[in-house]
Design a protein around this ligand. Structure first.
Ligand code: SF4
Length: 488
């Protein structure tokens, strides 16, 4: 019997670590002792382990991942007995090996013998071991959900997406029934069904997938009963969530009709590019026609888009909500270079060609209030993002504290004073001002050399510590579970 430790680095996530749960199932079959922890735990480090597996997520969690790997390397016979897999491990394999000396396994665990030569198990096909979560030092928001895949990979290769590197083969049908039934048999019935498919609509067997979902008890209007804390039976709705979103380009009327037969909520439809406006609007109308009114929308920004495109995409959702009676919640997703080891807005690769560090931070400031979510209330939206492009630009130029504490600064007159000083700048002064603000140079530039009017307008930016701005992307990762979004 071997002593096996599974570690998820201490970043925020609401999804249980599926890869580690499958590795747990694999080692338990071999009668090994398996322990799972989140982060760096001294008592666990003090034990001797035969092997430690560390999962990884986005590349910008580099620091936390490397720290977790290094932390447990003294607890195994050799540094190579720490094995790292996952997204970061796939995209930054060489860097991670050089930095830690750990064994890095890229891609999926879908080759027999990949962990132990000669073994015939395809680890990726095993039923995830949910039991490791019950004794863990961390509770995942989506623990009470079946989590699985009806497809793997994606036939497309969008520039901003790493799926084709992580899951290069597109498999258009995985027998969902078997996966879910096994989870239910081994670990009990779960409420919701979370499907991590990258592009389920690309499957030629989409009809069969919907059939499987219905057969599993997730048809439209499906419910789930459980014994609550007082011992009574409670019944709630259960939902299906294709959490990676649905590709609007592939959303035909037939597929929309099929989606409306299952308990999907929210239906997440991507709107990554303003050029797809007509198509996107048509698909939202189609969704409304089939009674899918609870919608969610990933809005990629800071890639090839322009800030005004970003504003327009949010505004379109607002207008559609009012026209169709839908509830579209938008999730702005800031593009970060696929191999970036941090997600700072000041890192050159993390700034899109039409964006700048100030505008990106301004969006973060606006989203802090709503935990990354743009809701459906018109008044709130217009206040947060402005009535039009001009007001949007004004908000993006504002000092960060004026954005975050909008009412305080409007109340004491400082916002009006700042804006009147900005508007009174001559063209060449405004050019200097914009350059300094958009590149956040107000702390490094020599103010004595600047025109007096520019100095005055810049003085509003000096009264806060931008280093203390909360990172709204942390919040985005830890967004409330679908249930809470639905209730919002
Ligand atoms: S369609 Fe979606 S999953 Fe496929 S490559 Fe593009 S962004 Fe990635």
């Amino acid at each position: 019997m071997r002593n096996i430790l599974l570690v998820e680095p201490p970043y925020k996530t609401k999804y249980p670590p599926l890869g580690l749960m499958k590795i747990a199932a694999y080692h338990k079959r071999l009668n090994d002792r398996v322990v799972f922890v989140k982060g760096c735990i001294p008592e666990i480090k003090a034990e001797r382990w035969d092997r430690v597996y560390v999962s990884s997520l986005f590349t910008y969690y580099w620091k936390q991942t490397v720290k977790a790997v290094a932390y447990y390397q003294d607890s195994v016979p050799r540094r190579t007995d720490v094995i790292v897999g996952g997204v970061l491990a796939t995209l930054l394999k060489d860097d991670l090996e050089a930095e830690t000396g750990a064994t890095v396994i890229p891609g999926l665990l879908d080759t027999p013998g990949i962990l132990d030569p000669g073994d015939k198990t395809k680890i990726d096909t095993l039923t995830p071991d949910y039991s490791i979560l019950s004794n863990a030092n961390f509770t995942y928001e989506l623990q009470n959900s079946y989590i699985g895949y009806a497809t793997r990979g994606c036939p497309n290769g969008c520039d901003f997406c790493a799926v084709h590197q992580i899951e290069p083969e597109f498999n258009g049908y995985l027998p969902l029934s078997r996966q879910i039934r096994l989870i239910e048999e081994l670990y009990g019935e779960k409420r919701d069904l979370i499907l991590l498919d990258n592009n389920v609509l690309a499957s030629s067997r989409f009809k069969d997938i919907i059939k499987d979902i219905k057969a599993l008890g997730f048809e439209k209007g499906a419910t789930y009963s459980y014994r609550n804390k007082t011992g009574r039976i409670s019944t709630v709705n259960r939902y299906v969530d294709f959490n990676q979103g649905l590709d609007a380009r592939l959303l035909t009327e037939e597929k929309m009709a099929l989606l409306s037969e299952i308990a999907i909520r929210p239906a997440r439809i991507a709107f990554d590019d303003i050029r797809f406006r007509k198509l996107y609007e048509a698909k939202i109308r189609l969704a409304a026609k089939y009674g899918l009114t609870h919608l969610s929308n990933y809005i990629l920004y800071n890639f090839k888009d322009h800030p005004t495109d970003f504003y327009d995409r949010l505004r379109i959702n607002l207008d559609l909500n009012e026209e169709l009676g839908t509830q579209i919640f938008s999730f702005p997703m800031r593009y970060v270079d696929l191999k970036s080891k941090n997600r700072l807005t000041s890192t050159p690769g993390n700034i899109g060609e039409n964006w700048n560090v100030k505008f990106l931070r301004a969006i973060q400031c606006v989203l802090i209030r709503t935990r990354g979510l743009v809701g459906t209330k018109r008044d709130y939206f217009l206040k947060a993002f402005g009535n039009n492009h001009e007001e949007f630009y004004k908000i993006m130029l504002m000092p960060e504290s004026y954005i975050i504490h909008r009412f305080d600064h409007e109340g004491d007159g400082s916002t009006d004073l700042w804006w009147s000083q900005v508007c009174s700048l001559s063209d060449w002064e405004r050019e200097i001002f914009d350059k300094i603000v958009c590149n956040q140079l107000y702390r490094t530039v020599n103010h004595a050399e600047l025109p007096r009017a520019v100095r005055k307008a810049l003085s509003h930016y000096m009264n806060y510590d931008s280093g203390k701005l909360p990172d709204v992307d942390e919040e985005l990762i830890a967004l409330p579970p679908a249930g809470k979004i639905r209730a919002a």
